[in-house]
Design a protein around this ligand. Structure first.
Ligand SMILES: C[S@@+](CC[C@H](N)C(=O)[O-])C[C@H]1O[C@@H](n2cnc3c(N)ncnc32)[C@H](O)[C@@H]1O
Length: 459
């Protein structure tokens, strides 16, 4: 085993911190608050904290009484801790971060990972076997999009440091409660509200912990992680290539990436291209400077609830398993550099670049009415580039309409900001706008080119 030392860096400006992570980046000022020992290492940590406050305020309406009590018992101390933190304004442009921080419908993940299900036992054995066969250097393991965090606990048996990263603070607080030996009794919506009791290990695994972070903007220094695991993440990530680039950046030389999950697509793929499967993995990995060690289709149970009730679904998926070794560093990406440079106040090159929406990834904004016993209500529905649809507040709809119509593939980011910022209800600062642009790019809503298409056509 290695020594498990973690080397950190700033998610926004890339500043390397070494082993001592500061409360705020000395270069760009990005804060790194912790809630009940879980650091929040994202572009906008205050948004996760605000989302925790507002979502907890809505728990009484959203959940069954049993769930409401159980969730509040765990999350109330977290909420109390947020009271001591300064409040920062949340603008309309923060909607991407707010949207991703939900906890609803996540209880099945907790049930699978923390009640000794056959499904979790199979996944754990599979991953630990792959670690034994492919991963000689065992210092720091990171599970990206770790959800309920069962694998984080399992990997702590093989690594001195095992970290679970996810964008959802409420979900990680529940997972951490279990990891530290706590108990939780929940009624599962997907299991016809059957109640399940779960409990973490009597001896909490040493070296295991959680971090709120985006898999496409990791808080680790280059070359600092020995193993990265992604499980059911690439298929839901809007732009898996950015996640893969980050994995390449943080893995140590010869470090290993294990992936288990459904077929997925890159945002750059033509609209009519199918999903990538095992056959496409050698080229996908090669492009990202990984050597494939093993690629195969794996039949895996997914959220099998049949042990709870014989009428509940027992589902088995064909999944992609690969183990890949980092071959070398990727060439630096000029767009990523420009974003980091802007955060570090080293330049504004990013504002001279051209954002454009991606062909075949249409975003729909549907404005209409919904009718019910309470009368008619205006309603705005957003169907994102990923195909996921959600109801959004009217002012956000108006903001998105201005933003998306300004991104015409000709205007620079600076010109888009001028068009959107002046018409915004809340003051949209240049920093807010650049963070929003970066988040939209990392989620696969848009891409950013260095020059205008018309300039490229000139001889
Ligand atoms: C389908 S669940 C899978 C959870 C877990 N890996 C498992 O297999 O049980 C995907 C998880 O990834 C998280 N997630 C989604 N996008 C993410 C991102 N960009 N960075 C980090 N976590 C993300 C979600 O919050 C969710 O917990």
């Amino acid at each position: 085993m290695g020594n498990g030392d973690i080397s950190w860096s700033c998610v926004r400006c890339g500043r390397a911190f070494g082993a001592a992570r500061p409360d705020a980046c000395v270069v760009c000022g990005t804060e790194a608050p912790s809630i009940l020992g879980i650091p929040i290492l994202t572009f906008r940590p205050h948004v996760s904290i605000d989302a925790l406050r507002t979502q907890l305020a809505t728990v009484p309406d959203a959940a069954q009484p049993v769930n409401r009590e159980a969730v509040k018992r765990v999350l109330d101390p977290a909420l109390a801790q947020t009271e001591g933190l300064p409040r920062r304004p949340i603008g309309t442009s923060d909607f991407m971060a707010t949207r991703m921080a939900g906890w609803e419908d996540r209880f099945t993940y907790l049930y699978i990972d923390w009640t000794d299900t056959e499904e979790f036992r199979a996944d754990r054995a599979f991953v630990l076997d792959a670690v034994l066969r492919h991963c000689p250097d065992r210092s720091v393991a990171a599970v990206l999009g770790c959800g309920a965090g069962g694998l984080v606990a399992s990997l702590a048996t093989a690594f001195p440091a095992s970290l679970g990263l996810d964008v959802s603070l409420p979900h990680l607080l529940l997972a951490d409660h279990l990891l530290r030996g706590g108990a939780l009794s929940l009624q599962l919506p997907q299991a016809r509200w059957r109640q399940v009791s779960m409990r973490g290990p009597t001896t909490p695994p040493r070296g295991a912990g959680f971090i709120v972070a985006d898999a496409a903007a990791l808080p680790f220094a280059p070359g600092s992680i020995s193993l990265v695991v992604t499980q059911y993440l690439l298929d839901i990530a809007g732009a898996p290539t950015f996640i893969a680039r980050e994995i390449n950046r943080v893995l140590s030389p010869g470090g290993v990436w294990l992936n288990l999950g459904l077929p997925f697509r890159r945002s750059s793929d033509p609209p009519d291209a199918g999903l990538l499967t095992c056959d496409d993995m050698p080229a996908f990995l090669d492009d990202l400077a990984f050597d494939a060690l093993e690629i195969r289709r794996r039949r895996a149970m997914f959220h099998d609830l049949s042990a709870l009730d014989e009428w509940l679904p027992a589902s088995v998926h064909s999944t992609i398993f690969f183990a890949a070794k980092k071959r070398g560093d990727l060439a630096p990406d000029p767009v990523a550099r420009a974003f980091e440079g802007h955060a570090a106040r080293r330049g504004t090159a990013i504002l001279d670049m051209i954002p454009r929406l991606i062909a075949g990834r249409r975003i729909h904004l549907l404005e209409g009415w919904s009718f019910g016993p309470g009368g008619a209500k205006p309603r705005v529905e957003l169907i994102a580039a990923s195909g996921k649809s959600m109801s959004i507040p009217g002012p956000l709809g108006a903001f998105l309409r201005r933003l998306l119509s300004s991104i015409d593939g000709e205007r620079t980011a600076r010109e888009v900001l001028a068009a959107v910022g002046s018409a915004s209800d809340d003051a949209l600062t240049e920093d807010d706008f650049v963070v929003l642009l970066r988040t939209l790019m990392l989620r696969g809503w848009l891409e950013i080119g260095q020059t205008r298409p018309s300039a490229q056509r000139q001889p």
